[in-house]
Design a protein around this ligand. Structure first.
Ligand code: BTN
Length: 245
């Protein structure tokens, strides 16, 4: 991954560019990186702040040998690769909040946005968008996120080379996507659960149509969060906003 690079200065969203490129038959592992984004997007159509030169704003075009049903778990595969990368490069031990937030000391350092281009029966491309806060100081963050966001610089006291992190992340992502293709989700699931702050917690899960409270007891073989409700029944959740009780 990352051998074919598209490096840009300012864009609306690397995600958008990667979607367009993916339709042009670009090779597996093509990486779109920008110095800043004017319209960075997060999950649930939220804004992703992408200050100029302060973070890693990129989208990977992957063409994995996976079925469409296996694609959503790539978010969890990516989370594991990011945790490993941060450990290798900075020594920091980050944690995962289901489904896609990477936290340091309880604050968000990285978000993942996985999107699919598929025919009815097969994956054409998976666009894995990663936003990582690297060299921001607290005063660089917008007011609405200062209490929930952090950066590598804030947590470590050092500035970091973005290229070094990107290089390591490409190696780790390639390794874990191969592991997933060859051995299925089980080995990834074990790593994911060991890095998770979600499992074992009482939480409220807000979904589009309902809100559920319960204890997170694990993730399923297809990456769904398993919530044990008060009445003892288990519900599998595909996507939600999680708040710890
Ligand atoms: C989230 O936590 O909601 C996901 C955030 C994903 C942000 C990245 S930054 C690079 C890529 N381009 C975008 O517009 N979004 C993703």
């Amino acid at each position: 991954y990352g051998r074919n690079l598209i490096i840009l200065d300012e864009v609306e969203s690397t995600q958008k560019i990667a979607h367009d490129e993916a339709q042009q038959e670009v090779p597996n592992g093509t990486l779109v990186i920008a110095d800043s984004q004017t319209g960075g997007r997060g999950r649930l159509a939220r804004t992703w702040y992408s200050a100029h030169g302060k973070g890693i704003w990129m989208s990977l075009i992957a063409r994995p040998h996976l079925s469409i049903e296996q694609a959503p778990q790539l978010t969890l595969v990516t989370a594991v690769a990011i945790i490993q990368t941060l450990k290798e490069v900075t020594g920091l031990e980050a944690q995962i909040k289901w489904p896609n937030d990477i936290l340091l000391n309880g604050k968000k350092i990285t978000g993942i946005l996985t999107e699919l281009q598929a025919d009815p029966d097969r994956i054409q491309a998976v666009i894995i968008g990663i936003g990582m806060n690297v060299n921001q100081q607290i005063t660089d963050f917008e007011d609405e996120i200062t209490s929930i966001a952090t950066s590598l610089r804030i947590e470590s006291g050092n500035k970091w080379e973005r290229t070094e992190i990107i290089g390591e992340l490409m190696n780790q992502l390639e390794k874990y996507v191969h592991m997933y293709e060859a051995h299925g989700f089980s080995p990834i699931k074990m790593l994911w659960e060991s890095y998770s702050v979600t499992i074992g917690k009482q939480l409220t899960a807000r979904m589009v149509n309902e809100t559920l409270r319960g204890e997170a007891v694990g993730i399923s073989e297809n990456g769904l969060l398993q919530l044990k409700l008060r009445d003892g029944s288990i519900r599998s959740i595909y996507s939600a906003d999680i708040e710890f009780d």
